[in-house]
Design a protein around this ligand. Structure first.
Ligand code: ADP
Length: 529
């Protein structure tokens, strides 16, 4: 071990009582201590906070931590003060402080006592704060929840947009560390660009959660009964059931209670006292199940949640990943069960209808991924990890058999010729269409867009009509995951041919496709409408 490594381990022990670093923490900290801009992408629970807390405690000056979550900032400040026994070592600077308190915070910073200063972005934009911070020694800037800077993140905050400017004003050469648990390539690109740190050293942990089992079931009229049956089969285990609306949360919690399940509701419409009571009951295991809207879960650290059920499908793969990620944090069993009907997608689309156009387009593109995920018959783990820019091989990867599609595979069909045709059509149409219209071209279905490009007059128009729309939609998705095509984000989903795809056209190989699940509500009157 080198001197710096020994130093790091000694500081880790001294400040946090841990014997070892977790995952990439040590490399991240070394990078930041060397003065590099550093970018950390780790799933929730990966141990991101320590990546800036430890170097802050080890260095001269104050580290500024930008975070949108006031409650979490407070928890962190309390925890650090508790272990160091120095109150001034960490502070929060926000609008809730009175004049005397602000004075004390500034004094502690000037005296070199404060190592960590947590600020919300809106406090950081205040002129007198910026002016003050320019005059003191800043060790580095940490931007937590850095995805808030991107409109493609699930939690866009316009105030994050100004950060680059403000950081530059506070000091020229202050190293920046950005941290996020959102891993899509587009969000990463936005973070680097918008924080002005495209030179950053990036550290990305795997997003694979091998102990989680992923399952999607069609949503029928009997969804409540199905959920009750599932919970009864898992009696005594802790779980969360997510619903879209407060009303549904109340109804379902009642239905569970009537059926002898120890369950409580949780949503933002309940008063603070009831919410915190219900949360405590869950943590203390007085009850087994929380039926909740997405208001529940942020910062809840219950390691033995054994199942997460989605009564309604979430609006993005990120949300699905975050919410299912609350299961099995102790490494034990974690069953993730989601109910899906296309009707629910239409409901989510309706919610977006009043929003600005760009936001709607992004929302649509994210929803289409959810549809693809629900309907796919390929490994769900592989799908999720591909979405996060990570390759996964079911034969060799951890947790490769932990989803419904792998455990109960659908028939596979040879699709070499069809893949070739698909790739050739993408090539011939010059990367013009999103998947739906591309499939319309393949099966020969005209519409205004297709006609405006005169694609309906092309010899390849309708060349794939021996298969139906569902077949081709499934194939497009699988060819995307296989990496022969890319989906362009800037244009909200236009399909483009890449070099691997060009190779395939030249040297076609066997391609085994699995047909998608059919969630066909028109032909099944048991499906909720
Ligand atoms: P994130 O911000 O990535 O969601 P946290 O920073 O909240 O993760 O850390 C998750 C948990 O891991 C916390 O309970 C934290 O105390 C613990 N932890 C972090 N680093 C270590 C370590 N080196 N050894 C043991 N536990 C750690």
């Amino acid at each position: 071990m080198s001197i710096i490594e020994k130093d790091l381990h000694a500081s880790l022990k001294k400040h946090f009582g841990f014997g070892n670093f977790k995952g990439l923490q040590e490399e991240v900290i070394k990078s930041l201590l060397s003065g590099n801009n550093t970018f950390v992408i780790m799933p929730t629970g990966g141990g991101k906070s320590l990546c800036y807390q430890l170097p802050a405690l080890m260095q001269e000056g104050t580290a500024i931590v930008v975070s949108p979550l006031i409650a979490l900032m407070k928890n962190q400040v309390d925890a650090i003060r508790g272990t160091s026994h120095i109150d001034g070592i960490a502070h929060v600077l926000n609008s809730s402080l009175n004049k005397t308190e602000v004075k004390q915070v500034k004094q502690d910073i000037t005296d070199g006592v404060t190592k960590l200063l947590y600020v919300a972005p809106e406090s950081l934009t205040k002129e007198d704060n910026v002016e003050f911070l320019r005059t003191v020694k800043i060790s580095f800037m940490a931007v937590d929840e850095a995805h808030c800077i991107s409109e493609w993140g699930h939690d866009f905050r316009p105030e994050y947009r100004n950060l680059k400017h403000i950081i530059q004003r506070i000091g020229d050469n202050i190293p920046i560390i950005g941290l996020t648990a959102t891993a899509t390539p587009k969000v990463q690109e936005d973070i680097l660009k918008n924080l002005g740190m495209s030179d950053a050293t990036t550290f990305k942990a795997s997003f694979n959660r091998p102990n989680l089992y992923y399952e999607i079931r069609p949503k029928t009229k009997n969804v409540d009964a199905d959920i009750i049956r599932f919970i009864k089969q898992n009696e005594g285990k802790s779980g969360i059931v997510y619903c879209l609306s407060r009303k549904r949360v109340e109804e379902l919690a009642q239905a569970l209670q009537v059926n002898g399940i120890k369950a409580v509701p949780y949503h933002a419409g309940l008063d603070a006292k009831t919410r915190s009571k219900h949360q405590d009951m869950f943590l203390m295991e007085d009850i087994d199940v929380v039926v909740a809207t997405i208001a529940f879960g942020m910062g809840i650290d219950k390691p033995d949640v054994r199942f997460v059920i989605h009564h309604d499908i979430p609006k993005s793969i990120e949300s699905y990943y975050q919410e299912t990620g609350r299961a099995g944090r102790d490494g034990g069993e974690g069953h993730c069960l989601a109910y899906y009907a296309y009707k629910d997608i239409e409901k989510l689309e309706k919610f977006m209808s009043g929003k600005p156009v760009a936001e709607q387009e992004i929302g649509q593109a994210l929803l289409q991924e959810v549809v693809a995920f629900a309907e796919t018959s390929i490994s769900r783990r592989k799908f999720i990890l591909h979405y996060f820019g990570e390759a996964f091989d079911n034969a060799t990867g951890d947790g490769g058999d932990m989803d419904d599609n792998v455990r109960h595979p659908k028939k596979q069909l040879e699709a070499k010729d069809e893949v070739k045709l698909l790739l050739e059509i993408v090539d011939s149409t010059n990367d013009t269409y999103k998947s739906k219209d591309l499939v319309n071209v393949i099966i020969g279905k005209e519409n205004a867009l297709i006609n405006s490009h005169k694609t309906h007059e092309q010899p390849f128009f309708g060349k794939g009509k021996h298969h139906d729309k569902l077949y081709w939609m499934a194939l497009v998705r699988q060819v995307l995951v296989a990496g022969f095509l890319n989906k362009d984000i800037e244009t909200y989903g236009v399909i483009k041919l890449n070099d691997e795809g060009r190779d395939f056209i030249k040297n076609p190989k066997s391609f085994m496709m699995t047909e998608d699940h059919v969630f066909d509500q028109e032909n099944d009157d048991s499906i909720i409408t």
